[in-house]
Ligand binder design. Sequence first.
Ligand code: AMP
Ligand code: GLY
Length: 424
Amino acid sequence: MKTLVVGAGGREHALAWKLAQSPRVQTIFVAPGNAGTDQLATNVPIPATKIKDLVSFARQEKIDLTVVGPEAPLAAGLVDAFTAQGLSVFGPTHKAAAIESSKVFSKNLMKKYKIPTASYAVFTDAGQATDYVRRQKMPLVLKADGLAAGKGVVIAQHEDEAVAAVNNILEGSLFGAAGNRLIVEEHLDGEEVTVLAVCDGKHILPLVSSQDHKRIYAGDRGPNTGGMGAYSPVPALTPDLFTRVEQEILKPAIYALAAEGFPFTGVLYAGVMLTAAGPKVLEYNARFGDPETQAVLPRLETDLVDLIEAAIRGELDQIQLAWNPNAALTVVLASAGYPGPYKTGYVIEGIDEAMQFADTHVFQAGTACVDGKTVTAGGRVLAVTGLGHNLKIARECAYTAAEKIKFQGCYLRPDIGWRALSSP
Ligand code: AMP
Ligand code: GLY
């Protein structure tokens, strides 16, 4: 079969790598891809949000299955456009993707269907929001409604910061249309976990748990990033808590979206805070996580095509997933300056050497091929995943391989997995 992966990051490299293991897959295209996907697939120079061009390409090449990585094309209706042309595609429709693309829609859905989440209020008027914020206890969380590439959330420790965030989001130009509405939310304490679930509109099949590391510096300090590393499974998510996430957070969301008339097919990402009062939703995303996917997919033994096709047919209840019992840990190598401004175009050495290690995978993200050399082309440049009998061994594998990879200004967090590894 001929497949197409839409996107250009480490997540998409991991998806293409997993598709390549399926005996059912003969051809993989990645649009637009990176230097890593170019080695196991054919890159197509169409940006992920050029939906019309992607439809034309898929029709022309007679693509049998398209898998979408990032949120922007989902929110822009890629799945609707492909389906209208009779093309098989895995991901939610524009309307179902609103669970990620509008935080107000998502919070209101959670409230209506009694899904546990932080209490909140929605504002469009900066004056009213400021009055409200001044009456709340700190810390307080302020969020822009729309997609803001992970940068739309401010955790204000003091009233002044909260008031500044109100103005930045509602009146500043920083968030564009994403900032037309503001959510002010209760601050939740606890450990964060991600649970991804494959969904077919009616049924869900949760994947193994993972934990992202969103902050740039060790010890979870500094500004938020797209994610600096991940590991799987998360010991803090006990079997009992995992069942609660499935029953109280994932199943009700799929039920709610179907009941509202927007059945969700694709991957539902639950970002969950394990609070003293039980698991609560921080956010839903409408897609695989990045870098969580790079830690989760290497553990999946089931054929990804069988799984995705069952989801598209609405037959997920027929599938039982098989998992590698090993732990996985992924460390991201980033450009100096990320998540702020950074330079690109530096030659990357040592990828082949890193790939020689057993139980190790290198997933490329912000890379490009220039004059036969692999060079940096983004903020998050690569992700290295190690597997092992336990998390400690997985960490050793990941960091030993990551050490072989060199480029000017390479930055990585030295402490991926610290919460799990430092707990008794
Ligand atoms: P979001 O995009 O909504 O997941 O927010 C990004 C990050 O902000 C989350 O991964 C959390 O680390 C943090 N965050 C969001 N909402 C809250 C909250 N209500 N309480 C504490 N931290 C939060
Ligand atoms: N790792 C966070 C995300 O994919 O949104």
